[in-house]
Design a protein. Structure first.
Length: 565
């Protein structure tokens, strides 16, 4: 499969500029069913529901024609079965395979510019034929002067500028959609695009990826079945990553003879356990563990590499995600919904009853079924929350994506593995590990300092409260009311009262001015009095129509809520 080179002109065939080309793509596929997974009203579709009409193969071809940014966008969409139908997921998955390489002279130039020395001096031997080529980078094999075999991942020339330009164009479309469409106001395409742009920036920073390789190597050290190739620090830069060469075969290309010689079940189980530790103990989500990033080495280990897409999860959010997954595995739907509410943003017209009901029903089906995967459950949780006007944090979608990819890899490695049992057992191990970490010397010292602060300041603060209470000067402030429906309704009532008073004042003023003689008349009456009268009539009629329309909407909403019950 080929894709436009980073050095190609951004002007498409036919003379259209970038913005026109993107508009043409959006118009062509607006009713194709590409995003049929995003449904905000009515019945919530289940994963696997048939999409609308459309040609997934042609969609992939059109994305490829738009260049590197849209190849990456297609790769991201291929890992989002919660958003797009399976037919499009299958078609987009081939974007993760080989693309056309750039000339090796360009690769040498990038290496020498970033590392400050000729390739012949940096490496004993450098293979001009690439091991692999992706939309952003190209990988070559080389040998260091000490005999160490390495792989050199080199960023394509000028690719960063091209990506920034395309993101700027897409951001204008996303902002317009968020302001002008109902779907945009609920889904917030700008936020989604910001996360996409953040992911691209992470992939473009190979120094950050080298650091991720080192951290993952330390964190997964307790699992001898797993191996993370380590970077060569002196030969790494923002655009060049030099790391251990990974021998072996992809997990989706393991021969049957190899399976008879070496059981793959321990590798699959260790992969799941190690990734759950990485997420919930160390707070890092590698959102892209697809088969292309995993190799079974000749010595029987599972190699993990290509750590460009790593998200960091804050401790408090990590705790909520752990509770959420625990509750889902145990079939406690109400607790799952409560955790989602705690970490999400309530949008206008958030339907809490629908969210609680549908989340509980889905978790009950998951608990009763032994075939539904944890990744699908997490993505379905996101889908239900979105349909109920609840905006979830992006880390939740990344968790679902990572679990879904892990489950796919485990099916390739060891179809007989019971992933749910491994997840349940490992979550208990994670809780024990977090407890041990909380009992570390640093944490205990921090807790002791907080307790000391409480013991020192507590009596004084209690005395201040009692003094204010004795002097009848104690006041309490309630926050958050300004965003509630109660405050919204109070404001509407106040606006109606104010509009009614203004209408009455205008009419009364016009009547009084009718008695004042003036040279300026209209229809035989004082002109100013007529103007005030007409203005009062307009305001009064508008007030009546606004009241009737609001009451009708309120009754419709109440009937809909009763229907849901």
């Amino acid at each position: 499969m080929s894709t436009p080179d980073a050095n190609d002109s951004p002007t498409p065939v036919g003379g259209m500029n970038r913005r026109q080309q993107i508009v043409r793509l959006l118009l062509r596929y607006r009713n194709s069913g590409v995003f049929s997974g995003i449904v905000l009203d009515g019945e919530l579709p289940r994963l696997g529901k048939q999409p609308g009409t459309g040609d997934p193969t042609q969609f992939v071809t059109d994305l490829e024609a738009l260049g590197t940014t849209f190849v990456k966008l297609g790769q991201l969409l291929s890992t989002r079965p919660d958003m797009i139908p399976q037919e499009y997921v299958t078609a987009l998955e081939r974007m993760q395979e080989q693309v056309a390489p750039v000339p090796v002279e360009h690769i040498r130039t990038v290496i020498e510019e970033d590392l400050g020395a000729p390739v012949s001096k940096l490496f004993l031997w450098f293979d001009p034929e690439p091991l692999g080529c992706a939309s952003i980078a190209q990988v070559h094999r080389a040998e260091l002067h000490d005999g160490r075999q390495v792989a050199i991942k080199v960023q394509k020339p000028d690719i960063a500028a091209q990506l920034r330009s395309d993101i700027g164009v897409l951001r204008s479309f996303a902002s317009a959609a968020d302001h002008l469409t109902r779907v945009g106001r609920k889904v917030r395409f700008s936020d989604w695009l910001d996360e996409f742009a953040k992911t691209l920036r992470m992939e473009l920073d190979y120094e950050a990826e080298a650091a991720s390789l080192e951290r993952f190597g330390r964190h997964l050290a307790p699992y001898p079945e797993l191996w993370v190739p380590q970077p060569v620090g002196s030969l790494c830069s923002r655009r060049v990553l030099t790391m251990d060469l990974v021998p072996g075969v992809r997990v989706d290309a393991i021969a049957d003879v190899r399976r008879t010689e070496q059981p793959m079940l321990p590798l699959a189980a260790a992969l799941v356990r190690g990734y759950l530790d990485q997420i919930f103990v160390h707070g890092e989500i590698h959102a892209d563990p697809h088969p292309g990033n995993l190799r079974v080495t000749p010595d029987g280990r599972l190699a993990i590499f290509d750590l460009g897409m790593v998200a960091h999860v804050p401790p408090r959010l990590r705790e909520h995600l752990l509770k959420l997954l625990f509750a889902a595995v145990d079939g406690r739907g109400e607790e799952v919904a409560d955790e989602i509410i705690a970490i999400s943003t309530r949008l206008e017209d958030y339907d809490e009853e629908r969210h609680l009901r549908e989340t509980g029903q889905m978790i009950a089906r998951y608990a009763a079924s032994g075939t539904v995967s944890e990744g699908h459950v997490v993505l379905e949780i996101v889908r239900i929350a979105t349909a109920s006007n609840l905006r979830t944090p992006p880390e939740l979608s990344l968790l679902g994506k990572a679990l879904l990819n892990l489950e796919g890899v485990c099916r390739l490695l060891a179809p007989e593995l019971n992933t749910r049992n491994v997840v349940e057992q490992q979550l208990q191990h994670v809780v024990r590990a977090r407890l041990r970490k909380s009992l570390s010397r640093a944490n205990l010292a921090s807790e002791a300092m907080e307790l000391q602060q409480l013991l020192r300041d507590g009596p004084r603060r209690m005395f201040d409260i009692l003094s204010l209470l004795a002097e009848n000067r104690l006041q309490m402030k309630v926050t958050g009311l300004e965003e509630s429906r109660l405050m919204e309704n109070i404001q509407k009532v106040a606006n109606r009262i104010a509009a009614g008073l203004i209408t009455a004042a205008l009419l009364l003023s016009s009547v009084l001015l009718m008695q004042v003689p003036t040279r300026y008349t209209l229809f035989g009456y004082p002109a100013f009095a007529i103007v005030l009268f007409l203005l009062g009539v307009v305001v009064g009629v508008g007030l009546i129509f606004s009241s009737l329309l609001f009451d009708r909407r309120t009754r419709s909403r109440e009937r809909e809520e009763r229907g849901h019950r």
